[in-house]
Design a protein around this ligand. Structure first.
Ligand SMILES: Nc1ncnc2c1ncn2[C@@H]1O[C@H](COP(=O)(O)OP(=O)(O)OP(=O)(O)O)[C@@H](O)[C@H]1O
Length: 362
């Protein structure tokens, strides 16, 4: 029996994308079908290279061909991706803006933002990061870029700031333009103008994700960023203590206010438990257990993961080489998993927005 393209499409029409709840053919995720005798090859276009369900979807496709088309089929699947977007982000070439925020200071928001950006890049995505934490910019230290000054270039007759590239991502920090030894005595409007320039006057090129490290709390910069650019969603970082959780709740409340209205991609609980390097199986929940997860459930937003309290995370941040850059280990695994969950929520959010738009337009 000869295998046909129609049979392959029909079989793959039985494979559902678990997050988007539609089959891969309807979602236009199957391309480049080639058949040569029993050899069947095709590409599956995922919504992000950081898709945590990649292996599961590949397996389901394989089983569908073997079950519905032929047990003899020799299957070759190219798992690839095209990151989705839902609207013009206001920054040409940038598909998704992800804001990383925290209610309280010092909970590890910048550490999470840096490892999120690098975790997404590790999966193959094109990533940029803006450090908009005017009161304590962390990117210069965390990326070993103290004293770095971005260059200016001319693009289409306009002067553009060239983001600095390090570890495969593009970076701009308010700290590249200020003296680290001096406080920044800027008034609200000056801060807003400076932050907007990091978006508008920079040559970001094509990016799948632009991660924004916001200052702690809820203030001018949050309002400037969320009102000037259509942010895809916000990631809220907290630690397990009640004081941090209460402030995280306020932070989430701000993004949910009708005037701001930014989708919450989820909650990350940082410093969830302590693990000694010599006893990696032991987890000590020194600040209490499950607070971040409960908060997420209470506010009906996704929980994006627990990040352990490990000295290495702090050491690598101070040494200018965020921990997710390490090949493997529990710290890398925790951050990669978190980055995958964030990418997954971005894809879900984009799909929801697009289907809402289609309903409106039809
Ligand atoms: N999971 C962790 N394990 C160990 N140390 C951590 C962890 N997360 C963050 N740290 C350390 O805690 C300190 C504060 O982290 P970070 O600067 O990321 O916090 P922040 O919330 O961005 O602070 P700020 O309020 O200044 O913006 C840093 O020294 C960082 O290296």
């Amino acid at each position: 029996m000869t295998i046909t393209k129609e049979q392959v499409l029909q079989a793959l029409g039985n494979v559902e994308e678990p997050d988007l709840k539609k089959d891969l053919v309807t979602l236009n995720m199957i391309q480049d079908i080639h058949i040569d005798g029993n050899n069947v090859s095709f590409s599956v276009i995922l919504t992000t290279p950081a898709c945590p369900l990649k292996a599961m979807i590949e397996n389901a496709c394989r089983n569908a061909i073997l079950h519905f088309v032929s047990k003899e089929a020799v299957i070759n699947i190219n798992m690839t991706s095209r990151v989705t977007t839902q609207k013009n982000t206001g920054v040409p070439g940038v598909k998704n803006i992800i804001a990383v925020a925290s209610g309280k200071g010092g909970v590890g928001k910048s550490t999470v933002a840096a490892n999120l950006a690098l975790g997404l890049a590790k999966s193959g995505a094109k990533v940029g990061m803006i450090d908009a934490d005017i009161y304590g910019p962390s990117v210069p230290i965390m990326f070993g870029l103290e004293g770095a000054r971005p260059m200016a270039s001319q693009v289409d007759g306009k002067t553009r700031i060239e983001p600095i590239e390090k570890y495969g991502i593009k970076l701009l920090s308010i700290g590249f333009f200020t003296d680290p030894n001096q406080p920044v005595p800027w008034r609200g409007p000056m801060v807003s103008t400076a932050v907007k320039q990091l978006f508008n006057d920079a040559d970001w090129g094509e990016l799948d994700y632009l991660v924004i490290d916001l200052p702690p709390g809820t203030g001018d910069i949050h309002i400037t960023v969320t009102q000037s650019f259509p942010v895809t969603g916000a990631v809220i970082v907290t630690t397990p203590q009640n004081v941090a959780l209460a402030d995280a709740k306020k932070g989430i409340g701000m993004f949910m206010m009708p005037a701001i209205n930014v989708p919450i991609l989820g909650v990350v609980e940082n410093m969830s438990y302590f693990t000694p390097a010599e006893l990696p199986e032991n987890k000590y929940y020194i600040f209490g257990k499950g607070g971040g997860q409960k908060l997420a459930a209470q506010l009906d937003v996704p929980f994006l993961g627990e990040i352990p309290l490990i000295k290495g995370i702090s050491d690598s941040g101070d040494a200018g080489k965020p921990t997710v850059l390490e090949e493997d280990g529990p710290m890398t695994a925790a951050f990669v998993k978190m980055a995958e969950r964030v990418a997954q929520q971005v894809a879900i959010s984009n799909a929801k927005a697009l289907s809402a738009e289609n309903i409106v337009n039809n």
